[in-house]
Design a protein around this ligand. Sequence first.
Ligand code: 1GP
Length: 255
Amino acid sequence: MRFIAGEMSIAKDITKMSRKKTLHFSLLDPDKQKPKVAGEIASAVEEAGSSAIMVGGSTIVSQKQVDETVKAIKEQSNLPVILFPSGAKFLSEYADAVFFMSLLNSRNLDYVIREHVKGALFVKQSGIEPIPMGYVIVEPGMTAGRVGEVDLIKKDDVENAVGYALASQYLGMDFFYLEAGSGSPTPVSNKMITAVKNSINIPLIVGGGIRDANTAREKAKAGADVVVTGTKLEEEKNLKKALIDIIKSIKNRNI
Ligand code: 1GP
């Protein structure tokens, strides 16, 4: 399904839905499984109630890898596919949208703006929907922190996180993503999530190290509008059941 500019957009749709309940997004890294398996996972996450599939990672080697993964996902699910690219080379015309995200605490301007300049025309010509997003990485940051050459936000530096979030909103970003890094042993703290949530009015996405229903509920209660899980999808044998638990727990964030 492709949303038509000027009518409903994926960004508007997500924003609207997130005002009613905390959403769950599934992150699939094309480098972590074959396209066929990505398709099977996509089907399971849709059945479990996830709202979108993000496709991206820090170690992807080719656009072909992204294209094949996105195509396999689209064959097996009707969820919107949103690219989560680490660079302009990893865009795919087969996706519905792209997080046009600036890695604001990177020391390398490539991740802040230069890759965006390289990829902008592709986005326009392919018709995928760009979704402006401020993206910051908090300790420990994991591979994304290293590859992205990031000045990590210290775990307890709430004020700095709030500054980045407000700056994102003032720059006109539609979303703000607080990331601890895929596979992180510790997610972003509840205190940081609440402080950021209370200072902005764009939707707050939180990811990195969220693997079980209790943690997901805590993050939703703290103020996450969208909870992202990635590693869990690769590890879990009984994926659908595990995700149903997570998605139920964030919907009932007030319990
Ligand atoms: C990565 O935050 C996401 O951008 C997902 O993290 O793999 O730890 O779930 P996990």
